[in-house]
Design a protein around this ligand. Structure first.
Ligand code: CU
Length: 114
């Protein structure tokens, strides 16, 4: 019986630590990324955002995975930031001006022309 309370206590304190961190995983589809440079642009761009930590771009699956603090930021604003970096984020299309400024290799089909 004592053991069970002990386990429960550990369980709840782990939960509390989780809440204090307030970091939830978020996965964003970034289907227009082409190369390692795109990966860097998005990872560096998102790392600067308050409430975002450990952003990483998976080139193979074309997904961006990050931890975020729901009190500081949300999916909508992160999608907007990715769009402003020049990339599509889920259903939000890339900002056309930012996309135009991307290096040629980072444009859609850019890697195929090399
Ligand atoms: Cu690129």
């Amino acid at each position: 019986m004592k053991n069970r309370i002990f386990i429960l206590a550990i369980f709840f304190s782990v939960l509390m630590i989780g809440c204090n961190n307030a970091s939830e995983e978020m996965v964003i589809n970034t289907p227009t990324i082409q190369c390692g440079m795109c990966q860097k642009i998005i990872e560096v761009g998102l790392a600067k955002v308050d409430g975002v930590s450990n952003p990483r771009v998976d080139l193979k699956t074309k997904k961006t995975i990050l931890l975020h603090d729901p009190e500081k930021t949300n999916k909508k604003s992160i999608e907007k930031i990715v769009s402003e970096l020049g990339y599509q984020a889920n259903n939000l299309k890339a900002n056309p001006d930012s996309y135009a400024d991307l290096p040629a290799c980072c444009k859609i089909g850019g890697m195929d022309k090399m």
